[in-house]
Structure formats: C-alpha cells, structure tokens
Write a protein that binds this ligand. Structure first.
Ligand SMILES: [Zn+2]
Length: 371
C-alpha cells in the first residue's frame, strides 16, 4: 500500500480528482431545488391532513408517518445542505434553507457551530466531535471513560436516539446559549441580541405549528401523544443516519493530538467516515432520497459545500482515485451491515476495558493505521 509520502506534492488531491464541473454543480442544484419543493409540498399536505382532516385514528397515523418522512427529508436534504452553504450560490438563500432547522425545533445558528466546525473539522476526535460525545449515557470511542451502565448501552441507546430532536428543542440549545459553549468549546463569537431573538423566535414557531395550533382542533393529550411519537421517530432516524457513517466498528477514533488538517485532512476523513451501499435499486433510491445523500458521507465530508444531489455522480471518481492512490475507501455493503456494525461497536465499547486498552488501540497500531 502506498503512503502519503509516495504521492508527489504536485499531484491533485483526492477531493480535486472527484470534483464535479461547474455545469454538474448547476445541474445538482436544480435537482436539489426541485427536491426541496417536493418535500415542502409533502410536509404541508401531510400536516394539513393530520391536523384538519375529519378522519379516523388509523388514517391520522398514516398522515403522521408521511409527516415524519417529510421532516427527516427536510433535515437531511434541505437544512443540512442549507447550513453548509450547499443549497445555493447565494448565502442568503442557503441561510433561509438552513433556517428549516429552526422550524424543526433546533437552532440553525448553533447547528452550524456544532456540525460544521466541531464535527466536520474534527470527525471522531474525542473531546471535539459532539456527535460521539453522548456521555454519561454512552461510551462511543475507546478513549472515553467507561462506566458499568455502558454494559447495556447496546440495548438502551436505540431508545435514547429517538429523543435527539426533543432534547434539541427543550434543552441543549438553551444550555449552549446560557453557557456560551458546546462541551468545552466556546462559541467562536458571542451571539448578538438579534441572533438570540431569532433562535427563540424559531423555538416559538416550532411550538406554534407542532403543538399550539393542533391543540385548537384536538384534545391536548392526543396532540402531545402524536408530537412525542413523531419527534421520537424523526430523532431515531436522524441519529442513525449520522451514527452509521462514523460510529461503527470499521471507522477509527482519534485523540485531539492526531493530525487532521491540511494534507492529512482527507486521510483523516477517509479513516473516520464510511459510506453505505444498498444493492436493491428501489430501497437504494428511497434511502438516498430520505438520507439527503448521506449514504455518501465520505464525499460529503470531503466537499461539504457541494449539493448532495451530486454525490452519486462523483462517488465512482473518488473510489477510483482512492484505488489508484492505495487509500482505503470504507463502505458498508448494505443498510443491515451498517446497522450491525453500529450495534457491534455499541456492544464493544460497552464492555469494561482492560487496563492497557488505550495503549492497544493507539491509532497508529490499528490494522488500517498506516494509510
Ligand atoms: Zn455535514
């Protein structure tokens, strides 16, 4: 296997070798905008039917499930692209798309710091990447401390994943605003009064459409029941979409002293991120649509400002470039393989570590450590 030192300095980077042309990006953006319009119609029509239609319980459950799908697609296919600046060439339009996060109950302002800076800049780096910081509930990396409760994390974490969006709405965003930091990381700038007002306005808008308006037409207990059930499903699907790419037993985890920027940035992303391929075309197409292209997380992490509708186009180029350079390109061969990989990792990290585990799993000693 080649090492980084074997590649001439003048060679194009792996990212450059996969990049789409300007025409391909424009084509991808047009597809993304059509998709966003469809998601908006799906969300509005399913919400209107759920709240206003005089139908029975079973049909109402059906409308709620469609709304769940629309909310997940909004988060992955509109909000995520918007907050990366991938939705449009115009920052203002991209920000408006990103504000759909606030409609779903989570602040887009704080998301951009947590996701774009901490997660993308430090993928699977313990102490930086908040996606793998689920303490005290779960130990997701070998460098994190272990507690006896973690023996059961492969059972209870699947339930806790469902509360992801509710805790964004009712807890974590307020804690971040109050302490001006995420984990140990201070917000890069103190939010202006206007930013705070916009964050709180977003919370009110979410409360209004998701709880207050439906309560004008239905009993409060029914509204809260549907709200908790739908939020749990949205949170469960979103948590899995992100965890299956990084928190799996074929990805690697690093301490903060690992090189992860500059020339090492690409290799770091390729060691910490895994794609998912599904062999059944119909399932593959639906999952790709629902996941907002995040079955191609490697491509996303190498070029997060590209519209996700271009990932399928550029993935074969990146795979070929990796093969040419002798760099491992990690893929789950199916969705069930991805879920199994995450389940194994939860169980493995839940076992009590032996004294020398940290030394054994030092990144350079791991089987793929010498990319
Ligand atoms: Zn992202």
């Amino acid at each position: 296997m080649k090492t980084v030192a074997d590649i001439p300095l003048s060679s194009p980077s792996l990212t450059q070798m996969m990049m789409p042309t300007a025409d391909e990006i424009a084509w991808g953006r047009r597809r993304l905008h059509r998709k966003a319009a469809f998601i908006a119609v799906l969300a509005l029509s399913s919400y209107a039917a759920l709240v206003f239609a005089p139908v029975g319980f079973l049909l109402r459950v059906g409308f709620a499930l469609v709304l769940v799908v629309a909310c997940v697609a909004t988060a992955t296919g509109v909000m995520h692209d918007g907050n990366h600046g991938a939705f449009s060439r115009t920052t203002r339009v991209a920000r408006i798309a990103g504000w759909s996060s606030d409609l779903l109950g989570a602040s887009s302002y704080l998301w951009r710091f947590k996701h774009n800076k901490l997660h993308h800049g430090n993928t699977n780096v313990v102490g930086f990447d908040t996606d793998i910081d689920q303490m005290p509930f779960a130990r997701l990396a070998p460098q994190q401390p272990w507690h006896p409760r973690h023996r059961y994390q492969h059972l209870y974490m699947w339930v806790l994943y469902g509360f992801l969006t509710i805790q964004w709405f009712v807890a974590s965003d307020y804690a971040t605003l109050l302490h001006r930091k995420v984990g140990n990381h201070a917000l890069p700038v103190t939010p202006r009064k206007r930013d705070v007002a916009l964050i709180l306005f977003g919370k009110l808008v979410h409360l209004g459409w998701a709880i207050v308006l439906p309560m004008a037409f239905h009993p409060w207990w029914g509204v809260l029941g549907f709200y908790v059930a739908c939020s749990w499903l949205v949170g469960f699907l979103l948590a899995n979409i992100f965890q299956l790419a990084h928190c799996v037993d074929i990805a690697e985890f690093f301490t903060p002293d690992a090189p992860r920027r500059g020339s090492d940035f690409e290799l770091h992303q390729l060691r910490t991120t895994v794609d998912i391929r599904c062999k059944v075309p119909v399932v593959r197409g639906f999952l790709h649509w629902l996941m907002g292209g995040l079955d191609y997380q490697i491509e996303h992490h190498l070029a997060p400002k590209l519209p996700h509708t271009t990932y399928q186009l550029i993935a074969p180029r990146l795979e070929a470039a990796c093969a040419e350079r002798g760099v491992e390109y990690r893929v789950h061969p199916s969705v069930t393989a991805a879920v199994g990989s995450h389940a194994r990792w939860l169980r493995q990290m839940g076992q009590e570590p032996v004294m020398s585990e940290n030394a054994k799993i030092r990144t350079d000693d791991r089987p793929n450590g010498g990319v």
